[in-house]
Design a protein around this ligand. Structure first.
Ligand code: URA
Length: 278
């Protein structure tokens, strides 16, 4: 008997030293008979013995119309109404300057609106400004821009006869990829930009531009090189997705494919010019 007591005391001491300070259940449970029931939930003895609270009334979710719109939905609505009221490119630039819904604006140094000739037959749309573009306030003026200029020059285009902009007018800090949220929030502005310029042809430079303006999740490797119709508002414009020059700087082996795209653009421009003069 004394030995048994000593063994219990020893066991309690062992539990105490292991940090066990509370007994959760005092009544032994027959777990063989519990197997068919719902998984057990640990209860203290007080909880087990306490009267069961009355079931809470099931509260119906508030009807959608009564829910507060979140900050992103408000920003998108604001972007839409600002973009819609812009009746000129200057008006669109001012609309972007007054838009406060996108945090990129606060980390960027400049609003990078566009470069080139808004009367041009072709409009190129890239992704977002990089560090150099942010410094200068102009699209495609860094290393990628120099390569783009060379590819354009090879088919007789430059900033006098082409118009260049980006999906995002502000640089994402650290040159990170834009988020879907940012692209969606700023979409009304780039769409209005295209409506105001009314180019004959679009070149979508890189995956972000192609995917967002063509409303697809297909990657640029599949999209590039095939002309497709891009629906913007009531306009439907022929658009050619191509690789981004930053990608070509990393993968120069793919420049041949990009060269084919630029030749295809030249053929379309030449064909359109020939049609007009006949
Ligand atoms: N990459 C882009 O997509 N746009 C720029 O303006 C510069 C780099």
């Amino acid at each position: 008997m004394i030995e048994e007591r000593a063994a219990w005391v020893e066991m309690l001491r062992w539990h105490r030293d292991a940090g066990v300070s509370e007994a959760l259940v005092e009544i032994a449970r027959n777990r063989y008979t519990e197997q068919e029931k719902a998984p057990p939930v640990l209860q203290t003895t007080q909880e087990a013995l306490a009267p069961k609270p009355a079931p809470k009334p099931v509260s119906k979710p508030a009807p959608a119309a009564e829910q507060e719109p979140d900050a992103d939905s408000l920003a998108i609505a604001d972007a839409r109404s600002l973009a819609k009221t812009a009746m000129s490119l200057e008006g669109l630039r001012s609309a972007l300057e007054s838009f406060e819904g996108c945090a990129l604006k606060r980390s960027a140094r400049s609003l990078v609106f566009a470069d080139g000739n808004p009367e041009a037959r072709v409009m190129l749309i890239g992704e977002a400004p990089g560090a150099e573009e942010d410094r200068k306030g102009l699209p495609f003026v860094g290393r990628s821009g120099q390569l783009l200029d060379k590819m354009l020059a090879a088919i007789g285009l430059n900033r006098e006869n082409a118009y260049i902009t980006n999906i995002l007018p502000w640089r994402p800090s650290g040159n990170r990829n834009p988020t879907i949220r940012e692209v969606e929030m700023l979409r009304p502005f780039i769409e209005r930009h295209v409506e105001l310029v009314q180019p004959e042809l679009l070149m979508l430079v890189g995956g972000v531009s192609a995917k967002s303006l063509l409303h697809t999740t297909t990657g640029i490797l599949k999209l590039r090189g095939s002309w497709t119709q891009c629906q913007i508002g009531t306009q439907s414009l022929p658009a050619l997705p191509t690789f981004h020059p930053a990608y070509l700087l990393r993968r120069p082996g793919d420049k041949g494919l990009a060269w084919r795209d630029f030749l295809s653009l030249k053929q379309r421009l030449d064909a359109g010019a020939a049609e007009e003069s006949s």
